[in-house]
Ligand binder design. Structure first.
Ligand SMILES: CC(C)(COP(=O)(O)OP(=O)(O)OC[C@H]1O[C@@H](n2cnc3c(N)ncnc32)[C@H](O)[C@@H]1OP(=O)(O)O)[C@@H](O)C(=O)NCCC(=O)NCCS
Length: 171
């Protein structure tokens, strides 16, 4: 199994082109993860670059699965929150390259994200995903409960509004 690494802000900055390639490949493959087509590599790199301040402040952790120097998957743990929400964390951008799916990388990234959140004293995890997508199946398999489904929440890469499933899990 490919080990999961938590990247330092400097490591993340050095890996921007690789991270951009991962995000770009996922969106072009149809993943509904915040972007619509056309979606170019510079836009993908800008997403990760814009996230560097949160890594530097400690508000977010970035986990990656890397094999032979190539990033095949990622997940983020959001640790920010208001004073009354410091017991929860949000898991976002769980991505596995289309060519590396169904080999357990998504599950490994999620388990490590849970480990990171627990180490920070977080006892409640929240996340969301396009309804009935592979992400929902992955999260259900890990014990996440459906909080609710919001219709027409986000547009697919093709620009069509689709429902989104919000989920949670107590650690
Ligand atoms: C969701 C995603 C991260 C799963 O990654 P993965 O590495 O293929 O997942 P795993 O191999 O670890 O799968 C673990 C379990 O999740 C479930 N699962 C994953 N993909 C599935 C799919 N396409 N259909 C049904 N179940 C699926 C299965 O229960 C699977 O266990 P199994 O293979 O023993 O049956 C990947 O499909 C992806 O990157 N999708 C695009 C981005 C995205 O939508 N992310 C989620 C929202 S941010």
């Amino acid at each position: 199994m490919i080990p999961i690494e938590t990247l330092s802000p400097a490591e993340a900055e050095a890996a921007l082109p690789d991270l951009a390639a991962l995000l770009h490949a996922c969106v072009l493959d149809g993943a509904s993860i915040g972007f619509v087509l056309p979606f170019a590599l510079p836009e993908a790199e800008a997403f990760w670059r814009d996230g560097l301040p949160a890594l530097r402040s400690g508000a977010r952790r970035l986990l990656v699965a890397r094999q032979d120097g190539r990033i095949l998957g990622s997940a983020q743990v959001g640790l920010a929150g208001p004073p009354n929400g410091r017991h929860r964390a949000e898991i976002t951008k769980v991505l596995v390259h289309p060519a590396a799916r169904r080999r357990g990388l998504g599950r490994a990234l999620m388990l490590d994200a849970e480990r990171v959140a627990a180490a920070e004293g977080r006892t409640l995890l929240i996340l969301d995903t396009r309804a009935d997508d592979a992400g929902e199946a992955l999260y259900r398999s890990l014990g996440y409960a459906v909080t609710g489904v919001v219709p027409d929440y986000a547009c697919s890469p093709a620009g069509v509004p689709e429902p989104c499933t919000f989920m949670h899990k107590r650690l």
